[in-house]
Ligand binder design. Structure first.
Ligand code: ZN
Length: 312
């Protein structure tokens, strides 16, 4: 097995009301709700996972929804934008859809030769739909009103904002195997050829930007993907050798994780493909029932009362 970083695994953000978050991502954006569980560090809070049909790494966006969260602000040391790949010719469909559903969105633009449409979720989280220059081969999740010609394919990219690019870029190139391929102004594009989708990281260098803070409508961390937890530990050694702090291996039920803060301030995670999201429910049933890790199973009845009831 090759010891490579396979692009993005998941991105985790903070949201406001759970029902609003669920409605936006499953109905407006048409993602599959693949896991309803709790925050393992705070089981009175949900942890939602959205992805494609298979729940494949590289398509997974996760949220901690807090009913009364205060809004956060993007700034240096944070992941400041999430890009989803969509098919060529689909941006007009999405712009119409966003207009009719009163989704905050901007005008289409072009960056690195790719068309994109910027938009925000109901908490102000910044996202883009991007038409990649080479079509994304991943199979989409489709819904009654978002068919394959329009449906998202999973992540295209994540954008990180840092005050100085050098140290963050070195992590990407020297440890993660990414290559700097393009630059437009203060935006630098890094890609890996280890995987077909979710292979892009953009870094914006913004030395003068005011500090942000992580709260509602901002990203909490970015997880990069490895094939298994053996390779995960190989990367742990590489991070330690750079003189950075990194956690022990953590069992997240659906993957194994390590967390470290990269020198630019962004919280990075490394996450394994194994065991995957079908470890506790079948592919057809993904997202249907509240799934709890073993340590919280004894409190199920209590948690089911505390957690906000959801309508699908
Ligand atoms: Zn994570």
């Amino acid at each position: 097995m090759e010891q490579k970083i396979l692009g993005l695994h998941h991105i985790t953000a903070i949201a406001g009301p759970a029902q609003r978050n669920l409605d936006f991502y499953t109905q407006t954006l048409g993602l599959r709700f693949i896991k309803k569980t709790v925050n393992f560090d705070d089981p009175n809070t949900y942890h939602f996972y959205y992805g494609n049909q298979q729940g494949e790494p590289g398509t997974i966006l996760t949220f901690f929804p807090w009913e009364r969260v205060k809004p956060g602000v993007n700034g240096p040391g944070m992941a400041t934008n999430i890009g989803y790949a969509v098919p060529e010719g689909s941006l007009a469909f999405w712009a119409d859809r966003f207009t009719s559903r009163r989704v905050v969105h901007g005008e289409p633009g072009e960056q690195f030769g790719e068309q994109y449409l910027p938009f925000q979720d109901p908490d102000g989280l910044q996202l883009r739909l991007i038409v990649p220059t080479t079509p994304d081969p991943r199979k989409p999740w489709t819904t009654a009103d978002i068919q394959s010609d329009y449906a998202t394919r999973g992540f295209h990219s994540v954008t990180l904002t840092v005050r100085s690019i050098t140290a963050t870029a070195t992590i990407l190139t020297d440890i993660f195997g990414y290559t700097l391929v393009k630059q437009e102004g203060n935006r630098f594009r890094f890609t890996t050829d280890a995987v077909a989708g979710a292979a892009v990281v953009d870094i914006i260098e913004a030395p003068g930007d005011a500090a942000g803070h992580v709260a509602g409508g901002t990203n909490h961390h970015v997880a990069f993907r490895v094939a298994n937890d053996e390779i995960l530990m190989h990367f742990r050694e590489k991070i330690l050798a750079k003189g950075l702090h990194i956690t022990e291996k953590i069992d997240r039920n659906y993957f194994y994780s390590l967390y470290f803060r990269e020198p630019g301030g962004v919280l990075f995670e490394l996450a394994s493909d194994n065991p995957g999201f079908t470890v506790d429910e079948s592919l057809e049933e993904l997202g249907r029932n509240l799934k709890l890790p073993a340590q919280y199973e004894p409190y199920r009845a209590q948690l089911e009362k505390t957690l906000t009831p959801l309508k699908y």
